[in-house]
Design a binder for this molecule. Structure first.
Ligand code: SF4
Length: 385
């Protein structure tokens, strides 16, 4: 097994005197987040463009980077995939006519503030507007990091009340921001309230903390999650460099707490838009008990178009994965349709001749290609014809 490095061992010169017990304390990490260009002195060699971007995008979307996440960055290269995800870039200010403020129409499907209820059986509950690191590709830039968007206690109670009164909701996803920005006690309260609702069968929690602040996954937090097991935890690893020893330990704690782990990777230009990177990430995730669940096409949100890849790139990646890694390592490649249309899955076309839909015969030979391009005939049988 590849040996992984702890971020403490990679800490930049600025943090050389920090003790290990400070570094591994998530409160310390939160309090020492890097927020402006000067904060990165002694951390990275910012290029002139990178430095200027802090001023250029000021006010449009906050910057915050945990020392842990900064330690994963390449200190010299602006092309570093970790830098690209966390440092502002002037391309965020470019506008395109097709961009949408709320690409998934989450706000227009809110029966009460802070709860998106779009599909009959599922509801998205926003419990925090904070994140340890503000990802430059965030699809919820419109409200994440904005203090005025924070869910108050009264608002949350109203959302829980809606869930209580709506028996069709079987599946609740805690989201934000990042729910793990809340204290253990507050999370426990919310999970307890949800577990008391008989018709809520599935509780999910979407978090990027295992990536950007793995120190947050403490034994105490694990105990809270274990008390409400099983919690389906959706992580958000986008690149293999994000899965170091700290993240591996965090995933281990979650697994031992009875969480079911799945990763939602966003396909990002210049970060992970090549097949080998995704395969390396997926192998690492499986090794640590986290199943690659989705590869998400980047949404049509404002200020993130520079991260978008053509759909064919996603299909090429899926084609590469199939046959080279076991099926558990092949996620669903999905496009979340704008306006609340929901997710649709795209798969490479393996059927090269014939159509099961058009056959009127009981036996029909279809021709497929495999991941290597070799051709194979398969006889489709429909004895009811
Ligand atoms: S952790 Fe999630 S919600 Fe927070 S900034 Fe990143 S993508 Fe957005």
């Amino acid at each position: 097994m590849t040996s992984l490095t702890f971020s403490y061992d990679r800490r930049p010169p600025k943090f050389q005197t920090v003790a290990a017990d400070q570094w591994t304390n998530w409160h310390w990490q939160h309090q020492h987040r890097l927020r402006d260009a000067d904060d990165f002195d002694g951390v990275l060699h910012l290029t002139a463009d990178e430095r200027a971007a802090f001023d250029e995008v000021d006010g449009s979307f906050r910057v915050a980077v945990t020392p842990h996440y900064a330690a994963l960055m390449d200190r010299q290269s602006p092309a570093c995939p970790i830098r690209r995800q966390a440092l502002p870039h002037k391309d965020e200010l470019a506008t395109y006519p097709f961009e949408l403020e709320d690409p998934l129409a989450e706000e227009s499907h809110m029966p009460v503030p802070g709860l998106t209820h779009r599909y009959p059986d599922r509801a998205l509950l926003y419990v925090s507007h904070h994140c340890p690191v503000y990802c430059r590709h965030c699809t919820r830039k419109r409200k994440v990091s904005d203090p005025t968007s924070a869910a108050s206690r009264a608002q949350l109670e109203q959302a829980l009340d809606h869930i209580r009164k709506t028996p069709a909701i079987r599946d609740v996803i805690l989201s934000g921001g990042d729910p793990l920005t809340l204290s253990d006690d507050r999370l426990d309260e919310i999970l307890t309230a949800l577990r008391r609702i008989d018709h809520v069968e599935v509780i999910r929690l979407g978090t990027r903390n295992p990536v950007t602040l793995p120190q947050r996954i403490t034994p105490e937090l694990a105990a809270v999650l274990q008390a409400h097991a099983p919690i389906y935890v959706h992580t958000h690893f986008n690149h293999p460099a994000e899965l170091g020893a700290d993240a591996a330990e965090a995933l281990g704690l979650l697994l031992h707490a009875g969480c079911v782990l799945g990763n939602q990777m966003v396909l990002l230009r210049g970060v992970n838009d090549d097949p080998e990177t995704v395969m390396t990430l997926n192998r690492a995730l499986l090794r640590h008990g986290c199943r690659p669940y989705y590869v998400l096409q980047c949404d049509m949100a404002q200020g993130i178009t520079h991260f978008r890849t053509p759909l064919r790139r996603g299909l090429e990646i899926m084609d590469h994965l199939r046959g080279r890694i076991g099926g558990m390592g092949v996620p669903h490649f999905v496009v979340d349709l704008p306006g609340g249309g929901g997710k649709v899955e795209l798969t490479p076309d393996y059927l090269v001749d014939g159509s099961p839909a058009s056959s009127t015969e009981p036996f029909q030979t279809l021709r497929f290609r495999n991941f290597q391009g070799d051709l194979f005939d398969f006889v489709d049988v429909d004895l009811d014809r």
